[in-house]
Write a protein that binds this ligand. Structure first.
Ligand SMILES: [Zn+2]
Length: 127
């Protein structure tokens, strides 16, 4: 299934994009709101710097738009089409989904963004 070495592993679990050995975040739980985007400066295993250039993660805002739309569409399909609720209920479910999953969406966007620029390196993982 999803294992180390796959980009999806780094994206879903927020681990170092090059070695997949440790979390990029100070706190693994995204719902500790004060630390939702606090990251280590570099990977302690392979010494990869996560912030490749100043303001590197501003670019993840573009990704978060797409990720947010994906969650909103999923919420809409679930409530309006599968459970056949009213359009108002479907709208409320979209808003609730986006608010409650905001920390998850932020982290997923950062993980996708950094994985666009870095890829898994088996030699670093085995160091
Ligand atoms: Zn690493």
């Amino acid at each position: 299934m999803i294992r180390k070495g796959m980009k999806l592993y780094s994206i879903l679990f927020g681990v170092c994009p090059k070695c997949h050995q440790e979390s990029m975040y100070l706190n693994k739980n995204p719902y500790v709101i004060s630390k939702v985007i606090k990251m280590h400066d570099q990977c302690s295993h392979c010494k990869t710097r996560y912030q490749m250039e100043p303001s590197f993660f501003y670019g993840s805002m573009y990704v978060s738009y797409g990720v947010g739309i994906a969650f909103a569409v999923a919420a809409f399909i679930t409530t309006y089409i599968i459970f056949e609720t009213s359009i108002t209920t479907a709208f409320i479910s979209i808003v609730l989904t986006l608010v409650l999953l905001f920390p998850v969406i932020m982290r997923l966007s950062r993980n996708i963004w950094i994985n666009i620029f870095m890829k898994y390196d088996k030699s670093l993982a085995n160091k």
